[in-house]
Design a protein around this ligand. Sequence first.
Ligand SMILES: [Fe+2]
Length: 331
Amino acid sequence: MANRAAPDIFGASSMGYALIESNRLEQWRSLLQDGIGLHLACADEQTLAFRMDDHQRRIIIQRGGQEDFVAVGWQLRDQATLDEVLQRLQCLGIEAQISDPHEAAHRGVKRFWRVVGPKRMAVELFWEPLLTDQPLEMLNAGFITGPAGMGHLAITSRKPQQMRRFWEDILDARASDHIVERIAGLTLDIDFFRVNERHHSIAIARLRGLPMDPIRTRIQHMNLLTCSVGELTDAFLRCRKLGFEMAHEIGEHPNDREQSFYVMSPSGFELELGWNALVIDEAQWQTTSYQGISLWGHRPQKTGAWNSFTTNLGSFVQGLRSLLKPEYSPL
Ligand SMILES: [Fe+2]
């Protein structure tokens, strides 16, 4: 916030929970419980909720027709940080609505304030998660959360500057680095932003020179982090055995040196499971630019000209559709 004296809240926020709307609850249960290995905390006709640590809920799937990622819960360190964020939102003219008790319980938090963020993804601000000391029943030994929170989100945008400002002005996000990726004759620019010690919590991708968004869903992928390469490969094998398509098999990114795979979720966006994501030393860090999203691997499971044709054509049709609908930005 350049226009008023304000405390820097870098390091005081993290990704807290994910809310997904889908009618494919059984597929989601299979992917997250039997494939990725999360603890299933609640399952009924309308809702699935999953744990990965002492938070009562980290991923919530609610029944509905959107087949999309609808809200991210953003955890702030304390009441003072929340107050600062709410004040910034007010200064920017962005309305924040307080939750009702039912909505808060649904997300596993005491209360939250909802903002309609870029691409109409709700950003739900909270600082008091509901915790539990019930033992975890997971196929993985553990997932990385702690002060840096859950993994990260990657989002495609036709308004990358406004989207960047949203995270910078409200949460003091810092640019970590930039990757240029070339796919099917097109150039993709991806910027990575951190709000705490983790290399990135948000990545923003845009097609260079083309005002199109080839991705139907609000996010391109959500990332979760596990603790070891063994847990990563075990989850990869489980997901594949269950029949989930690998959008990208195991590989390594050049910037945060994370090894990961990307599995197609039942709602059409990708779910990345990784390990070994870089923790940044602020005193030493220098931003840089890389050519290519992967050092090695990350090959699609479905290869061949026909799959490439249908995938790219599908993305192209979605891109054309996006021309008819302006992208929402609160800034
Ligand atoms: Fe990622």
